[in-house]
Write a protein that binds this ligand. Structure first.
Ligand SMILES: Nc1ncnc2c1ncn2[C@@H]1O[C@H](COP(=O)(O)OP(=O)(O)OP(=O)(O)O)[C@@H](O)[C@H]1O
Ligand SMILES: [Mg+2]
Length: 237
């Protein structure tokens, strides 16, 4: 499903080039769940952005569902995202001037799909929000907003679901509800799930776990923070 080989990401910043991903090899089997853990700044969100076709790798091969993303132009990447990927962000990323149902219907409308409102309503009802359809994000609790975001991520029936700290802004009980909904949606549709989290319990619920350390991936436990900063200093010099 996901097959990355020697993937590098370098971005320009004011301070010069930043080498964010440093040779990632990563395979995820179809229909499985994988957690991605690691220190802040280690490159987890960047890796998700590459797999979701939001960011382009500087070097290496990124195959997702048989598509080589490094060969795609912007239009092809947009189509890939629309048809195959659902993304849930830590901070919900809902559009404040649109109601819950409008937010969820939006990806379908952008794709020119039929029955956008109807399908949005179904998804929201499945997630227990049938009586919140016309609420604006500002009128919803954090947990409700994240359920709207989950409904939006699922509305195009993605084969790949990317979740970047989906419980990061929620209290533990609400977070647990979101996790429950996320996994049941994943299982019901045999979606491939890639989940970034700082929560060890949540990470352990996934079939496999990958650890990111300073732009590199391995299956070994994360090394202590003091060693990491030592190496970062060595890398920079
Ligand atoms: N557009 C950008 N330009 C330059 N550097 C960037 C850019 N985006 C991210 N970075 C840098 O890349 C590194 C990895 O960032 P990333 O957001 O992938 O980390 P992360 O593991 O998701 O961290 P967190 O757990 O805090 O969300 C960081 O050092 C960050 O400062
Ligand atoms: Mg991040």
């Amino acid at each position: 499903m996901i097959d990355l080989s020697d993937v590098h990401l370098e971005l320009e910043s004011r301070a010069g080039k930043v080498h964010i991903l440093k040779g990632i090899d990563f395979q995820v089997a179809s229909g499985t769940s994988t957690s991605l853990v690691g220190a802040s700044g280690s490159g987890k969100s960047s890796l998700l952005a590459i797999i979701g076709g939001i960011e382009k790798a500087t070097r290496g091969s990124v195959r997702v569902d048989g598509v080589e993303l490094t060969d795609c132009d912007e239009d092809e990447l947009a189509l890939f995202r629309r048809e195959r990927v659902g993304i849930i962000f830590q901070s919900f990323h809902l559009i404040p001037t649109m109601t819950a149902i409008e937010n969820v219907a939006l990806p379908l409308e952008l794709a020119g799909g039929a029955r956008a409102s109807e399908r949005a309503r179904e998804r929201l009802a499945e997630l227990g929000l049938a009586d919140r359809l016309t609420h604006y994000p500002g009128q919803l609790s954090g947990g409700e907003q994240q359920r709207v975001a989950l409904a939006r991520a699922l509305v195009n029936d993605p084969i790949l679901l990317l979740a970047d700290e989906p419980t990061g802004n929620l209290d533990s009980r609400t977070g647990a509800q979101i996790v429950e909904l996320l996994f049941s949606a994943q299982r019901a549709r045999s979606t491939t799930l890639l989940l970034v989290t700082h929560d060890a319990t949540l990470a352990d619920l996934c079939d496999t776990k990958a650890v990111m350390t300073d732009g590199r991936l391995d299956a070994a436990p994360a090394e202590p923070a003091d060693m990491r900063s030592e190496r970062a200093t060595a890398d920079a010099s």
